[in-house]
Design a protein around this ligand. Structure first.
Ligand SMILES: Cc1cc2nc3c(=O)[nH]c(=O)nc-3n(C[C@H](O)[C@H](O)[C@H](O)COP(=O)(O)OP(=O)(O)OC[C@H]3O[C@@H](n4cnc5c(N)ncnc54)[C@H](O)[C@@H]3O)c2cc1C
Length: 394
């Protein structure tokens, strides 16, 4: 690359958000270049591991609902264009105590907030008591005081294929991708942005930074103070033969079972051809440098997953995990997304990171980003994700 290479918009980071943004830019005819230090889809960032839950009523905040609904439309458009299976709507079950105790900012009264979002947006759903949950899904054994919210339109996405398909479509529409290329710095000049990489330089009219857990090291302050990457682990447990049918037909599930934000886990059905289910908890206790993260998962970590979350709640799984891998969440102080112009560089739009629930919204976030840089405004209101709310709080 050299500075004679110019483009309308450069997208730095081609994971969930960046691949969606590049696709949407190319669809609108922009001269777009996407840059990634790895070769997406890859397993070094936040977007790997076969599955991501998607829901329509969003308990993290009703302002997310338009992003989730629009994303589903885009996934379906992509499926029709490419013949790929990206979205499986096998239903989503949320389990929580009928009178939950506080579990921190993001998932406090999560089930009730989900139900209210469903009512506000007319999203089909059912409320189930513990006995009914167990009757329908014998693999789940909730306590008597726990209830369920079931959304038939929920389900899961294939994150690797979503990224792959959007990059393929972007290239087919004329976008250029520079893979295995690390961006070292981004700086606004008079009428553009200068991007220095380990393979040369590039100038762009505008830049979208969707670098996930690396956004803070690339952008510096104020992002360094506001973004916290954390190490997460996904585990695959083998299904007992007696429960194969139940797990194959299972909805995705999210289960909050205690007062700490860590008293939370989720999981998926066994996928076709697999004898295991994927399940995971969440850990926010230690923040990590994404280049230094410990990628090895010890058997003790999978044992803790079983003892702290699965035991007594889900049935039909063997004790030992078949495999486990790490992944990265990046969270803001209020756990909501950050999508805004850089405070000192109005040609730089930051659309990453998006915490532990961003994937389901990523197709629409890519569209929002493309509309924002090309038209100066976007059709979905993303003012809830403005940088100013975090700076005021700080
Ligand atoms: C274990 C786990 C489970 C999750 N479950 C769900 C779920 O069920 N449902 C849901 O909706 N969401 C879920 N999420 C969240 C969702 O996956 C993330 O919000 C989303 O994938 C974040 O995408 P991103 O584009 O911000 O980051 P990434 O996909 O990591 O993309 C960032 C990209 O930037 C590149 N990059 C970084 N720095 C540079 C640089 N200097 N130069 C060039 N390239 C660079 C990286 O190589 C990477 O490809 C989960 C996340 C994890 C980790």
């Amino acid at each position: 690359m050299n500075l004679s290479q110019t483009c309308d918009v450069a997208v730095i980071g081609l994971g969930a958000m960046g691949s969606a943004a590049l696709y949407q830019l190319a669809k609108r005819g922009a001269k777009a270049v996407g840059i990634d230090r790895f070769r997406p889809p890859h397993d070094q960032g936040s977007t790997h591991g076969e599955t991501r839950i998607t829901r329509q009523a969003i308990g993290e905040g009703a302002f997310y609902v338009p992003l989730a609904l629009r994303s589903n439309e885009i996934w379906k458009e992509l499926e029709a264009e490419t013949g790929e299976r990206l979205l499986t709507q096998n239903g989503c079950l949320i389990v929580e105590a009928a009178s939950p105790v506080s579990t921190g900012v993001i998932r406090n009264a999560f089930l009730e907030r989900t139900r209210k979002a469903a009512l506000a947006y007319d999203i089909p759903h059912e409320m189930l008591d513990a006995a009914e949950i167990h009757r329908r899904y014998p693999q789940f054994t909730p306590r008597e005081d726990e209830i369920g919210y079931f959304e038939p339109g929920g389900g899961y996405l294939n994150p690797e294929r979503c990224v792959g398909v959007q990059l393929e479509q972007a290239r087919a529409l004329g976008a250029v991708t520079e893979l295995g290329t690390q961006v070292i710095s981004v700086a606004q000049t008079g009428d553009g942005v200068r991007i220095v990489t380990d393979r040369g330089e590039l100038s762009a009219g505008q830049v979208i930074v969707s670098a996930g857990a690396w956004a803070l090291s690339l952008l510096g302050e104020p992002f360094k103070k506001l973004l916290s990457p954390s190490r997460q682990v996904m585990h695959w447990f083998e299904v007992d033969p007696d429960f194969r049918q139940h797990w194959a037909n299972s909805p995705v599930f999210i289960w909050s079972h205690g007062p700490s934000p860590n008293d939370f886990f989720y999981g998926f059905p066994s996928l076709s051809g697999s004898k295991a289910i994927k399940t995971a908890g969440e850990q926010y206790d230690a923040f990590v440098d994404p280049d230094e993260i410990e990628r090895t998962v010890t058997p003790a970590e999978s044992d803790a997953m079983r003892e702290e979350h699965l035991s007594g709640r889900v049935q039909g799984l063997r004790a030992r995990a078949l495999r486990a891998v790490t992944c990265l969440y990046t969270v803001t102080p209020d756990s909501n997304f950050l999508i805004d112009r850089h405070p000192e560089s109005d040609r730089i739009l930051v659309v990453s990171p998006c915490s532990g629930h961003g994937f389901k919204h990523s197709a629409a976030i890519g569209e929002v980003a493309a509309q924002w840089v090309l038209d100066g405004q976007c059709r979905i209101d993303v003012s809830a994700f403005a940088l100013s709310r975090l700076r005021v709080a700080a």
